[in-house]
Design a protein around this ligand. Structure first.
Ligand SMILES: N[C@@H](CCC(=O)N[C@@H](CS)C(=O)NCC(=O)O)C(=O)O
Length: 261
């Protein structure tokens, strides 16, 4: 892990940013291209508290961070950003408001190879690893919640919501993104998908309709049938694996606390 002091980002040049939480399905900034892939030596945990997007000061939600784990990898999505507004936006969203710190790691595109690649942005048929900036929550930040049994984390997530929506939406959309875009996603991150099952089960027990959690309109058939059974199948239309149509299908909502201008 490199630290930014040795490599201040030059706002006039392009930079790759790695996302592994809401950035996968809700980047919130313009980018030139993006691709899926992974970083090595980390595991994804829902150990960072959040009262700006998915919780409140009195009832903070849990969002993703990375914890170092030598033999693990974390799949996510990298973005090539060149605009001057993306990096300041991310520092505000992730750093100032989210308690995350900047670090730099090697990102391995899903089609990477150790062969040399001449492309200027590092992406080509046989892409080499790419140096990316990412945002990681450290245990010393004021919102850190840390480790807890997964069932307790599931209970907390199901009971939290904030200005950007329900905490359960945050986890479910990440799980859906991974399942739809990462090969064998469940193999690489069993904890994410176990948490997804726990959350879905608790929502079903509480009879909380998924469209409410996901901030979507009620499915058309549920309005016609008053006694409709619990809607536990997300209206997830087939997504193209080519260009992340996934994000195009999300309800168009800006992060209320941070507006990119
Ligand atoms: N840094 C991680 C996590 C980012 C993240 O989830 N940040 C939260 C808290 S600051 C956020 O922006 N949430 C927006 C939302 O929940 O819609 C990533 O690369 O995706």
């Amino acid at each position: 892990m490199e630290h930014p002091d040795s490599n201040p980002e030059d706002l006039n040049s392009s930079i790759w940013v790695f996302g592994y939480g809401s950035l996968c399905w809700h980047p919130g900034f313009d980018y030139d291209k993006s691709t899926t892939g992974y970083v090595k030596g980390y595991t994804r945990k829902f150990w960072q508290g959040n009262d700006q997007h998915r919780g409140t000061r009195d009832n903070p939600g849990r969002v993703a961070t990375l914890v170092q784990e030598p033999e693990s990898i974390v799949w996510g999505r990298a973005f090539l950003v060149s605009g001057k507004s993306a990096v300041p936006y991310l520092h505000t969203r992730e750093g100032t408001l989210g308690g995350y710190k900047t670090s730099f790691e090697q990102f391995y595109p899903k089609d990477h190879s150790d062969q040399s690649s001449s492309s200027e942005d590092g992406l080509s048929e046989t892409s080499q690893p790419i140096r990316t900036m990412m945002f990681i929550a450290c245990p010393t930040n004021s919102m850190w919640l840390g480790e807890a049994p997964l069932h307790e984390i599931a209970n907390q997530i199901v009971s939290c919501k904030g200005p950007s929506g329900h905490n359960a939406e945050y986890v479910l959309r990440l799980a859906i993104f991974m399942r739809e875009n990462i090969p064998d996603a469940h193999v690489h991150d069993p904890e994410l998908f176990t948490l997804e099952i726990m959350i879905r089960s608790r929502l079903k027990e509480k009879k909380i309709p998924l469209h409410v959690i996901m901030g979507e309109e009620a499915p058309s058939d549920s309005t016609s049938n008053a006694s409709s059974s619990y809607q536990d199948d997300l209206d997830v239309r087939p997504v193209s694996r080519r260009s992340f149509d996934f994000t195009a299908r999300l309800p168009n909502k800006n992060l209320r606390c941070v507006n990119i201008n």
